[in-house]
Ligand binder design. Structure first.
Ligand code: ADP
Ligand code: MG
Length: 302
């Protein structure tokens, strides 16, 4: 699969996988591919950050390697570990057979057979399909020491394993980092990357996304859903629904054979778009009716 040679080509390529990509996001994706720079995507949960890495891997025919970040993630779980239980068994077996030559055993135990490759090391391995897409997901969940480590790993794409030597990527992976911005990621890391804030989509784009992801939902209902969700996002609530919630909700309504939104249906299915009881309590009933009325009015032809 050849690399896209224009911003339009990026949009087309991603559209073929069902990913709806606006012009500014397509531009930064294009530049990231062209310049070989990591792409840092920040935005609220459920706006399509993780999905773009998946779509890109699929569109380019590359392997997707995902490093899911979490609190306490350290370099060894991100790069490699030694298979300690297997090493123990090998030692026991060698002892039992009485052929425990210390040097031979040591070389074997710290060789490729006992190495567990974690995502960063996997991403440096050559691949016949071309360099993989490395997704470093939800970076804001880790801590500063890990960021510092990552900064280094992303600058030279090589790791040194004391027992095995240095492994260097023949071709650097396509790197996408995401953050839900629960905390600010350090400047130094951001400076190494191209940055893009992924916003909630506009009405038209979200409708396109819904068409792509839930084509079975009828047009009138689809429009009502988007208008309602977009209205809901302007309310003062704790956790605004993402695109993922819009799609989920549409599928719920489809399963319930709903053809037209009503305040009752909305109240019964709010759990698909709002995930906090305080938000649900706030919107249920008269608020839902008001947002729906506004949404209907906005949909009226002028
Ligand atoms: N632009 C888009 N085009 C197609 N689907 C999208 C788009 N944005 C979001 N989605 C849908 O929303 C879901 C959630 O997106 P995800 O990438 O997991 O969000 P984030 O990583 O930003 O929290 C995806 O599974 C996808 O189906
Ligand atoms: Mg995500």
């Amino acid at each position: 699969m050849t690399m896209p040679d224009s911003i339009d080509a990026v949009q087309t390529l991603l559209a073929d996988t069902g990913y709806v990509c606006g012009r500014s996001l397509a531009t930064v994706v294009f530049l990231s591919l062209r310049l070989g720079r990591p792409l840092f995507l920040e935005g609220e949960a459920g706006v399509g950050k993780t999905e773009i890495a998946k779509a890109l891997a699929q569109a380019l025919g590359r392997r997707l390697i995902r490093l899911q970040c979490y609190e306490g993630l350290d370099a060894s779980s991100a790069v490699y570990e030694w298979n300690f239980p297997a090493q123990m068994i090998a030692i026991r077996t060698a002892e039992a057979q009485g052929n425990a030559d210390k040097d031979v055993l040591q070389r074997e135990l710290f060789g490729p057979d006992y190495l567990i490759e974690r995502p960063l090391l996997q991403a440096m391995r050559p691949d016949p399909a071309g360099a993989p897409v490395l997704l470093i997901d939800e970076l804001d969940r880790t801590d500063e020491p890990f960021e510092a480590f990552l900064l280094e790993a992303l600058s030279d794409f090589q790791v040194t394993i004391p027992e095995l030597g240095t492994i260097k990527a023949p071709e650097p992976p396509i790197v996408i980092l995401t953050s839900n911005r629960t905390r600010e990621v350090h400047d130094a890391l951001k400076r190494r990357c191209l940055y893009h804030w992924v916003d909630y989509p506009t009405f038209d784009r979200e409708l396109d996304i819904l068409h792509a992801r839930a084509p079975e939902v009828a047009e009138t209902l689809s429009r009502q859903i988007i208008a309602f969700v977009q209205g809901l996002r302007t309310e003062d609530i704790f956790k605004k629904p993402g695109v993922a919630e819009t799609i989920d909700w549409a599928k719920c309504l489809l399963a319930l054979d709903v053809i037209d939104l009503s305040p009752e249906v909305i109240s019964d299915t709010l759990g698909a778009i709002l995930k906090y009881q305080d938000d649900i309590a706030r919107i249920e009933g008269s608020e839902a009716r008001r947002i729906l009325d506004d949404a209907r009015a906005a949909l009226e032809p002028a």
